[in-house]
Write a protein that binds this ligand. Sequence first.
Ligand SMILES: [Zn+2]
Length: 312
Amino acid sequence: MEKEQVSADGKFRWIDPHVHILPPRRMRGLVRWVKKFTPGYPVSEDITPEEILDGIRSGGVELFFNLVFPLWEEETYDLNRFNYELCSGIPEALAFGSLHIDTPDKESETLRCLDEYGFVGMKLHPFAQRFPAFDPVMDPLFSVLDRRGRPLLVHTGFDLFYGMDLEKDNLIRVLESYPRMPMVLVHSLFPQFALALQLLERYPQVWMDMTNSISVMRLYLEFKRSGQSLPPQASSLEVEEVERNQEHFWALFGEYPRRIIYGTDYPVGFGEYQKLRDDLDFFDFPDETKRMILFSNVMDFLHSVGVNPPLR
Ligand SMILES: [Zn+2]
């Protein structure tokens, strides 16, 4: 348990478990994609790793997970190599590797990520990568992580926005078959918080990352309180489903405050760090809950997978 709960400027310490510093071509593609549905998004297609790092540091983030994911098999090796080289030069970066469903030797590439590159774990983004992450063909990945007790981060949620569905049966299959592989459900299955609760209850290896979900829930609640109807672009936010799941959203924080973490998708999430802190503060969670979500839970998570983060 960390003794110091706040940083020098009086804010809660923060470890960001969800950042994307990518090679220039992929960064450009990602920012362009964001601008397609958020015109005027204030980030340049040509943003550099140094600029992203400046934003992270001035946001008071002490440590972050850098996440990559290949869109086609051919870039898998280069992308993992990129993340290794990038994070080797950034003391506060913890790298995660990734695979493609067509990666021929999934076990070797996973072992390379863990052993040669020293990555913490692996990340999959089935909706962006356009393949079923929990398909049995991915088992060699899970098997290595399970053997090593290393984590899988996986995108879940915003199904309507992506036009894809959660592979619930296969997710359960993987949770049952690989219980020693901690699994972080990125975006916490937004807005299926009832399911999130069930999974936390049934599977002790499951963690929830609230990246974007906090900001979207704030938007939703603000609109609701203002009595206005939601803007048309909110149609992909599954308003009725959010409504149905609202009490379960609160229950997550009440019942499992130690297994929730809060990432950002920086620099392509819901804004700069101060704004993202404000989004969390919008909810009147106890200070102790916020302190855990921002910092000590991520420390506990890292310790639980045998990683000692380079922190004071
Ligand atoms: Zn992301």
